[in-house]
Design a protein around this ligand. Structure first.
Ligand SMILES: *Cc1c(COP(=O)(O)O)cnc(C)c1O
Length: 493
């Protein structure tokens, strides 16, 4: 039997005068929301909400928040993810009322400041990329990959319809082959050499007239700059293909090396990594893309364009792949990226990369005698160490080390990626960490390797959740709080 409470609207949106603001295109019908929904979509009983006093709720969530690790509380050397300091200045600027209180349905004449900022960001990213045309729309790196591959598909439909394959090295991030598949291509893996670079023989063998795109991460996920990058680009171009640069590691080469100059036809930026946007647990992000002049007509609409003395959203692009995200893209993160770039300026951005590379090399040199780095003594902004010897000698795995570090107040490095290194620990200190922090991290790594293996197998010992079955947690998530427990039982649900 239906409880009458369920049929009452929770918020009386329809009462004139009670709306917070009137929006031209938001058409709120003048009936209770429950009457708009089919009977089958309505709950039979109202939800059981806990009855708690505000202090209890505040304490519960405050305590929960202190159990998290974040860049604001802990060193966070998560390789590939670039968890660098999020400057508080960016937060302040992005919260200015003139930027924050805009509504995307406002007339464009009243959005000129924001459009000017976005236009300038397009230009700045194009300059950093060495590529002339930029779209700010994609919501993350993976989304930028997908948008770019849709552009490649549209381009090849116009020039050469046979190309159905997208190549990527075996060190690539999993999003590369996944984006290729989602865009309708057949993903093909290219081997790496023992040094971690693209195997030119294998690449040559796979570059036939069906190869559309070679996706390359440079510096790659091993933290190595491929010395053959120009040769690779020549090979791919000679075979009629395009080079896609996965720009997740741009924080190693800002102001030093430009993808457009080393042969990339298209690329994405991860604003939440390279340009310090706060992120974690899958968001929020912004993954703008930059492309060469011949691919520019296919960019998603709208682009921010100059118009008269001002700016507008330009939709008149007949060969565009269309829209890939609502409104202007993830504006909050784009504004922070703009502030970051403008705060540093060209010389400052170059120093960002120099310090990121210096910090990573310092840490590499401190830990390599215990954690060998198979790809060598030098790296860019990150490196991949191996715990394979510890595993054999002492039964201590990369996972054990990662978990034990949590007990000492360090976020774990990325483990078991890239898959071509056994017992991989992928460490990215970032440019904003002090020598003291790097030393403390190295000392803790050594200390952990001296501890009894049994202690490590059970780690972490200090966190509310120890070792969840991660695959099961992802595939069969428990989305409800257990009925018999109360919220103070901890993060068990
Ligand atoms: C992070 C990352 C991606 C994916 O980017 P998202 O912004 O997380 O979607 C792709 N490639 C590499 C090498 C990465 O590190």
């Amino acid at each position: 039997m239906r409880n009458t409470r369920a049929t009452q609207p929770l918020f009386e949106l329809s009462k004139p005068g009670r709306r917070a603001m009137r929006m031209p295109a938001a058409d709120v019908p003048d009936v209770p929301l429950a009457e708009l929904l089919p009977e089958s979509a309505l709950a039979a009983t109202p939800p059981e909400l806990p009855e708690l006093a505000e202090p209890d709720v505040v304490r519960h969530f405050t305590n929960l928040s202190t159990q998290n690790m974040s860049v604001d509380t802990h060193f966070y050397p998560l390789g590939s993810c670039t968890m660098k300091h999020n400057p508080k200045r960016n937060e302040r600027l992005a919260s200015l009322p003139g930027l924050l209180d805009l509504h995307p349905y406002q007339p464009q004449e009243t959005l000129q400041g924001m459009l000017a900022l976005l236009f300038e960001l397009q230009e700045l990213l194009g300059e950093i990329a060495g590529l002339p045309a930029v779209s700010l729309q994609p919501a993350a790196g993976a989304h930028g990959e997908l948008a770019s591959l849709l552009i490649a598909a549209a381009y090849f439909r116009d020039v050469d319809g046979k190309r159905t394959k997208v190549l990527a090295p075996d060190s690539a991030h999993g999003t590369n082959p996944a984006s290729a598949a989602v865009a309708g291509f057949e993903p093909v893996t290219v081997k790496s050499t023992p040094q971690g670079f693209v195997d030119l023989v294998d690449l040559g063998a796979k570059l036939d007239n069906r190869a559309a795109v070679f996706m390359i991460t440079n510096p790659n996920t091993l933290g190595m700059y491929d010395p053959n990058i120009k040769r690779i680009a020549e090979m791919v171009h000679a075979a009629g293909g395009l080079i896609y640069l996965d720009g997740a590691n741009m924080n190693a080469i800002l102001g030093i090396s430009r993808p457009g100059d080393f042969g990339a036809d298209m690329m994405h930026f991860n604003c939440h990594k390279t340009f310090s946007g706060p992120h974690g647990s899958g968001g929020p992000g912004a993954g703008p893309i930059a492309v060469s002049a011949r691919l520019a007509p296919y960019l998603p609409t709208p682009l921010v364009e100059r118009a008269g003395g001002g700016f507008r959203l330009g939709y008149d692009r007949p060969r565009s792949i269309g829209r890939v995200r609502s409104f202007f893209g993830n504006v909050g993160i784009l504004v922070r990226a703009y502030c970051y770039i403008r705060t540093h300026g060209p010389d400052g951005l170059r120093r960002v990369s120099e310090h990121a590379v210096l910090n990573a090399n310092y840490l590499l040199s401190r830990v390599k005698h215990i954690f060998p780095v198979p790809q060598g003594d030098r790296c860019m902004h990150e490196f991949v160490a191996s715990a394979a010897r510890l595993k054999t000698d002492k039964d201590i795995s990369a996972m054990d080390i990662a978990k034990r570090l949590l007990d000492y107040g360090f976020h774990a490095p990325t483990v078991y990626f890239p898959p071509i290194v056994r017992e991989a620990l992928m460490i990215e200190p970032t440019e904003t960490e002090s020598k003291e922090t790097l030393d403390a991290f190295a000392e803790t790594l050594f200390r952990v390797t001296e501890e009894p293996a049994d202690l490590l197998h059970e780690a972490p010992h200090t966190t509310p959740v120890s070792r969840p079955d991660e695959v099961r947690a992802a595939r069969q998530p428990v989305m409800v709080w257990p009925r018999e427990s109360s919220p103070d039982d901890g993060a068990g649900g």
